[in-house]
Design a protein around this ligand. Structure first.
Ligand SMILES: *[C@@H]1O[C@H](CO)[C@@H](O)[C@H](O)[C@H]1NC(C)=O
Ligand SMILES: *[C@@H]1O[C@H](CO)[C@@H](O)[C@H](O)[C@H]1NC(C)=O
Ligand SMILES: *[C@@H]1O[C@H](CO)[C@@H](O)[C@H](O)[C@H]1NC(C)=O
Length: 394
């Protein structure tokens, strides 16, 4: 007892001596070299040795629906089984999974039904399969994650606390607007020792839902215009640190689809745009569409994203559980894809099924296309497309 206290004292003194003398110098050099590494204390996300990178996207998990009944908890159990089944599939050994990273693309919980005192405990249930599989992941949040007893920020803080491999962050103060803190990016490297990343995963907060009690006012359902300036300044910082934007690839995630994709639905073609198309897009199903007076409010975000982020392979959204298709948006010349509804909670039809969107980069070359498809819980796959330069063009 005594000697270990003594030892602790000596170690403590050494540590403080070291931090007083050596560390400032080392730190300075480190921070200058890695000014743009937002995750200095986490493992770097990297492509596999064979030059591939595989992502699995869970979307609209809707945990916590009717918690005091039977069907609510049943649904969550089924969603956990789905997550475990998908994460265990194509597993090359018993330690790791073949997925290099995962995304939870919004509506993690059905906040309308959860309780003030224990809402964030649902996050523990949701991230458990990812923690267990040791898969790095990031989240966006949706309109059901901002409700009377829960906010995006509360979910983010809980996730950061309990998930060592969560890469979810918040934007600096002043960026994101009311209850929209979840704007950030995650670098992916070809090799962990590389100076510059080869791929940037962007995450945006489309807000929606209502503010917490007692007032519960309706929140804007679009990415705030402050995010546009932030995209520009982050892109500039990346160029200064790593060189021209087109030496990197990009992929973007936002829960509610940008308003511009609504018109794509009228021209879908089952060979170019395969996948379920069961949700008619209208008021509330894309950004800034709940109230006609807000129409176009996601424009600054959409313009900044498509103008500044180069080699943007796709923008990926959930929210509309009955849609799975991808399509090219001609005005900005970018591809948009829906996720697959993963949660047993949330609205849906039994024949829609439950599953994930898989995304595979076959090469670290930022100009090369990526393969993506829907995988259902039972293993069936559909709606496979390669998002390359020719995809979705006339
Ligand atoms: C939260 O509390 C309610 C009411 O006691 C309970 O039914 C529910 O299971 C709890 N949820 C979690 C996630 O602990
Ligand atoms: C929110 O949490 C409080 C406290 O647990 C609970 O009384 C209430 O029913 C919950 N839901 C709503 C919609 O207020
Ligand atoms: C809620 O509404 C009341 C009455 O309109 C107002 O006084 C109060 O400041 C509001 N609270 C919040 C947190 O907005």
């Amino acid at each position: 007892m005594k000697s270990s206290t003594y030892l602790a004292g000596v170690l403590g003194a050494l540590a403080s001596l070291q931090s007083a003398v050596t560390l400032p110098v080392i730190f300075q050099a480190e921070t200058e070299q890695h000014t743009l590494d937002p995750y200095p204390h986490k493992p770097r996300l990297t492509f596999k040795w064979d030059g591939t990178f595989k992502l699995v996207v869970f979307s609209d998990l809707h945990f916590g629906e009717k918690p005091e009944g039977v069907w609510g908890p049943e649904q969550d159990k089924n969603s956990i089984i789905l997550m475990k089944t998908v994460l265990a599939s194509e597993k090359p050994d018993y330690v790791s999974t073949s997925f290099d990273a995962s995304v939870l693309n919004g509506d993690l919980v059905t906040g309308e039904n959860t309780y003030r005192e224990n809402s964030t405990l649902l996050i523990d249930q949701i991230v458990a399969p990812l923690n267990q599989a040791r898969v790095p992941f990031s989240s966006t949040h949706g309109n059901h994650d901002n409700q009377v007893n829960i906010t995006h920020l509360e979910e983010i803080e809980r996730e950061q606390k309990i998930a060592p491999l969560s890469y979810t962050r918040t934007a600096p103060a002043g960026v994101g607007g009311t209850e929209g803190p979840g704007n950030y990016w995650v670098p992916v490297y070809r090799h962990f020792w590389d100076r510059a990343p080869i791929l940037i995963l962007w995450f945006f907060d489309s807000r929606g839902g209502v503010s917490t009690n007692p007032n519960s006012t309706v929140l804007p359902d679009w990415v705030d215009s402050s995010v546009a300036g932030w995209i520009k300044s982050e892109s500039k910082a990346m160029e200064l640190a790593w060189g021209p934007a087109d030496t990197r690839g990009a992929l973007a995630f936002v829960h509610i689809p940008p308003h511009a994709v609504q018109s794509l639905q009228t021209n879908l073609d089952s060979t170019k745009n395969p996948g379920l198309n069961a949700d008619k897009l209208g008021g509330g199903s894309v950004q800034a569409s709940n109230d006609p007076s807000t129409l176009g409010n996601d424009g600054p975000f959409w313009d900044a994203l498509t103008a500044n982020v180069k080699n943007l392979h796709a923008i990926i959204s959930g929210h509309d559980h009955g849609n799975e298709w991808c399509a090219r948006e001609p005005a900005k010349d970018v591809v948009f894809c829906f996720n697959k509804h993963s949660g047993y909670g949330g609205y849906g039809e039994p024949e829609w099924g439950y599953g994930v969107r898989n995304i595979v980069f076959r090469s670290p070359d930022p100009k090369k296309g990526v393969d993506t498809w829907i995988r259902l819980q039972g293993g069936e796959t559909r709606a496979r497309v390669t998002l390359d330069d020719t995809y979705g063009r006339k």
